[in-house]
Every structure is written in C-alpha cells, then in structure tokens.
Design a protein around this ligand. Structure first.
Ligand code: ACM
Ligand code: ZN
Length: 545
C-alpha cells in the first residue's frame, strides 16, 4: 500500500517538471528511484530536475579516508566531475563528524541546482553513491551513457542499514578462484551495499593463503590431483607417481591488494582458517599435526565422514596454529578471525593417547569439552593479538569461549542459544542462505550440492529469530550467505549461484522488514538485470509467475 501511494506521488510529480524539461531527457524516476535495491528507508520526490552538465564541479568536505577513490567512483557516474573546493559546487559530498548520524547512513538530495550527499562517515558516502548509481541509467555501468543534458528528477533519499553485518562468504578451497574474480565478487557485494567478505581460505581440498613461516602450505597443501571430470562425491585419490596439478593460492601481497580493494568499497575482509576439523589438507605436508600422523595427499573431492583432525594433545599443533594466526592477524586488519570449528569428528580424539592425556590433565569430561578447550586456547591467542574470534555454531558444544561470536549455520538454534547467553551472532542458516543449494528444478539447473533454495525463500528470511526477547535482538549482528564450491567450478557458475539470491539478501539485511513483499521486490529486481548484463555478471533468471 505504501508503495502504491509513493508510485502515485511519483507519477504526479513527474508531470510537473515535464513542462520545464523540453531540452533534456528525463530519466524516468519511476523506473529508477523506485528500483533501488536494497530499498532505502525513505525516497521522497522533490520539485524540479537536476540537469547533468558535461563538466560538473565537485566538492568534498570532511574526513575522507579514500578521497581519490570516491572521486573516481563519482566520475564513473558523472563523467567530467572535477575537484573543486569552492562552495556551491554542482555535486557536494560532505562528511559531518556528527555523533547523532548513525554509521553508514546517508542523505542524498538531488534538487534543481545540486546533488548533495551527506553522511557521518565515508561508508555512508559510498552507499549514497551506490544509490545515485542506481538512479542513473544502467548504461553508467560501462560508462557508455552520454548523460549530459539528461535530467534527474529531484529526489531526497534518506537511508540507513538495518544490520551492521551484511556478509557474503566464498569458499576458495574446494575450487580455487583467481584474484581477479575475488575482486569482482567484492564489486558484486559493493553494488548491493554488503559490507563483509568472509574468505574461506582453508579446507580439506586446499590451503590458499601464503604463510611465510610454513612455505609447504602453498607448495604442497594448495595442490591436488585434477579430478574435475569426476563427480565431487566419487573422488578417486592420487595414484602413485601422479602429480597434483589443480589448485592455487594467494600471496600475502595479493591478499593486501584484495583488502585494500575491499576497503575502498567499505567491505571488511574476514579470513577463515579452519580448525580442528576440515584441516586434512595440512596433513599432506605436516602429517605430525594430526592424531594419525599419516601423510594424506590433498583430497580431490569429498569423503564423508571426514574424520581426520588436528591433534588436540600435541603442543606443536598450537605452536603451528599460533604462528599461522600471527601472520593472519598481521595481514588482515579486520577485527575478527574466523577459526571454523565446524564438523570436527571426534573419532580419532577418542583413541589418540595424546588427546586422551590432554582430557585427563585438563580435567575435561569428554571430547566435546576437548574441542571447547581447543577453541578457548586459540581464543586467548587471538585476543592477545587484539582480535576477536568467530566460529561456526559447533563452537557452542562443550562450552562457548567467553568472547566468541557465533555464526549460526545449522538452522537458527545455535544463534538463539548464543544470543541468549549474551554472545554476538551472525545468522547464516542453511535453510535460507546456503547459496550452494539448488535455486530451481535440479533437472534443469547446474549440478548443486542439494537442497531447495529459490530466491523467494531468501527474500522471506528474517534474521531476528522469534525466540529472542527484544533485549536480545542487539546480539544479532546481521546475516550472511555462504557459497561453498564443491560443485561450483567456474566463475560463471559462482555468479549464477549468487545472483540474484544475494540481491534478495541485501534487502533482508539492509532494509526495513515492514512491507517487504516479493512481487514488489521482483519488479525492482527485474530492472536491475540489465545492469548485471552490462557488467557481464551471470545471474539466474527469475521463474515465470
Ligand atoms: C558448514 O557448512 N559446515 C559451516
Ligand atoms: Zn590426538
């Protein structure tokens, strides 16, 4: 109803400036302002139009961290924009260090004379620019638009995100994705005002991060035999004499490049280093770190249950992990380090003399408490580095580390329990946001891991579980979707799994849940597709309705 009213107002106001707009092409606000995704808090049409000139003057005021990038971003939208400190510039970007303006919020006013974008911080300015981007025709995406003499109908957008954690994960272990794609993924997040990139850098099928102290991690643990022609679940292990040729890794310089690229786009990069399970790739080069002590060549697919595990009774395991984490902490400026913690089978811990000894000396009840002890030991180290620990919801088992944040993936239960215990949580339940699941009929979709997760279901997600009391809501930092890549071998396929489900998620985590309605969103979403096409981002088309 709200939108219908807004539509009528927009149509009426469109008629007025038409008369004064004979020399300009009016960019149709009905198919622009109304189509901003994620939907802003408020969009109010104003009188008149802003006519784009071939050389806008621009002023930047306030404390910009990346002024050159911001100018370049604006320039990509309005070619000809140049720097000017004079008051009264055509386009004015202002950061007001005002405590009363919520972080990441912005106010974008387009009137007959100016484009005025104000915010309390640079993220707010960046998000305002993403909104301006969506107010302009899709052709701005490859800068082919000849926009001068076009008129943007005057409008006031006041906007602020609902959640501070708007995340997307990418598994680069099961399949390796090149640096250029990682940057493109970040671009995809940026257009949708997502702000966390969770980089799943290590898992059973390959270690992907250069660690100076342990060069074998990237010489050996990053490589597996190529079984790309086989079904992931029917892997055949390396044969004697065979070479491990599939894989790759990111150098620390490349990681710094990604972090800087993401930072300009207001995205925090959170590294994940899996422990104590999902770590069998380590045993290709460092077998002494496992309970079994056997060399296990990096797996070219999955075997289940995966019982290989880091030995919790061996002190040198902690020396190794702490050395790795020291380099990770140095490299990544993010507050958080993700330590995995999921699906750690306890079979070998049950029989390993060193693990059993640890249980005894630490006075632990069982292997679940041993996992908790393991995570708490790592937590201490992470805290000493000035960082915070986040892990999958299994870290609740056997007792949650005091300062840990929980990523709730096995449904919402873990998130609810953690929030009720006063821990921060990020909701990422597989039922709503596992983008490795099918998004349509498996017979006509590319092979996926299973499940059934159409974009409509993602759009229906509510990150605050009903079970939480109002005073517990603050512990839900937000939500994120995960792209596991067992069945995702190519960048094209990765894009297809993410778009448009991430588009739906962006609105879930940014916009007001009131009045969220699929058919209204669907119409806006359709208008975003030409942009994806110009950007050459592969997306799954919507089903007929
Ligand atoms: C997970 O999906 N194992 C976190
Ligand atoms: Zn052990």
């Amino acid at each position: 109803m709200k939108h219908l009213t807004l539509k009528i107002i927009l149509l009426v106001t469109l008629m007025i400036p038409m008369e004064t707009c004979t020399t300009s092409n009016l960019i149709n606000i009905e198919s622009s302002a109304m189509n901003i995704i994620p939907k802003p808090q408020s969009v109010k049409p104003l009188q008149g139009t802003f006519v784009i000139k071939s050389d806008q003057s621009l002023s930047l005021e306030g404390d910009f961290v990346h002024p050159e990038f911001i100018k370049a971003s604006l320039n990509a939208l309005l070619p000809g924009a140049f720097s000017s400190n004079a008051g009264g510039a055509d386009v004015q970007l202002r950061i007001h260090p005002d405590q009363s303006i919520p972080s990441e919020s912005y106010r974008l006013e387009i009137n007959a004379k100016h484009i005025l974008l104000t915010a309390g911080d640079e993220p707010g300015i960046f998000y305002g620019l993403q909104t301006l981007r969506q107010l302009l025709p899709a052709t701005v995406e490859n800068q082919t638009a000849e926009l001068h003499n076009n008129a943007i109908p005057a409008v006031l957008v006041v906007d602020s995100p609902r959640f501070g954690w708007r995340g997307m994960h990418l598994d680069v272990s099961r399949h390796f994705f090149p640096l250029e794609f990682v940057k493109q993924y970040i671009d995809m997040l940026a257009l949708h005002k997502m702000n966390v990139f969770h980089w799943h850098l290590t898992d059973d099928n390959g270690w992907r991060l250069e660690i100076k102290k342990y060069p074998k991690l990237t010489e050996i643990c990053a490589w597996r035999v190529d079984r790309e022609h086989e079904d992931w679940r029917k892997w055949s292990p390396i044969e004697p004499g065979e070479k491990a040729t599939y894989g790759g890794f990111y150098t620390q310089d490349e990681v710094r490049e990604v972090i800087a690229y993401a930072a300009e786009r207001q995205i925090t990069v959170i590294p994940e280093i899996e422990m104590p399970g999902h770590s069998s790739e380590l045993f290709a080069a460092y077998p002494e770190l496992s309970c079994q002590g056997k060399v296990i060549p990096v797996n070219p697919g999955s075997y289940w249950p995966n019982e290989d595990i880091l030995c919790a009774g061996n002190d040198s395991v902690f020396t190794f992990l702490e050395n790795v984490l020291d380099e990770v902490a140095e490299l990544f400026p993010a507050q958080y380090i993700h330590i995995g913690g999921d699906e750690a089978a306890k079979k070998y811990w049950e029989t390993c003399p060193k693990c059993q000894q640890r249980i005894q000396t630490e006075g632990l009840e069982n292997e679940h408490e041993l996992q908790s002890w393991f995570i708490q030991k790592i937590e201490k180290h992470i805290l000493a580095k000035g960082k915070r620990l986040i892990g999958w919801d299994e870290i609740l088992e056997g007792g949650l580390a005091q300062s840990a944040t929980v990523m709730s993936w096995r449904g919402e239960k873990g998130g609810i329990a953690a929030a009720k215990a006063g821990h921060d949580v990020v909701m990422t339940p597989y039922t709503y946001v596992y983008f490795d699941y099918y998004q349509g009929n498996p017979e006509t979709e590319p092979q996926a891991i299973g499940g059934d997760l159409p974009v409509t279901k993602v759009y229906s997600y509510e990150p605050i579980p009903e079970e939480l009391e109002p005073e517990e809501h603050k512990f839900v930092l937000g939500a994120q979707a995960n792209l596991w890549t067992e069945f995702v071998k190519t960048t094209d396929h990765a894009e297809y799994m993410v778009l448009p489900r991430m588009t739906a998620l962006s609105e879930v985590v940014w916009s007001d849940p009131e009045g969220r309605e699929w058919s209204e969103f669907r119409a806006r979403l359709t208008e975003l597709f030409p942009r994806y096409e110009i950007l050459d981002w592969n997306y799954r088309p919507l089903d007929e309705e």
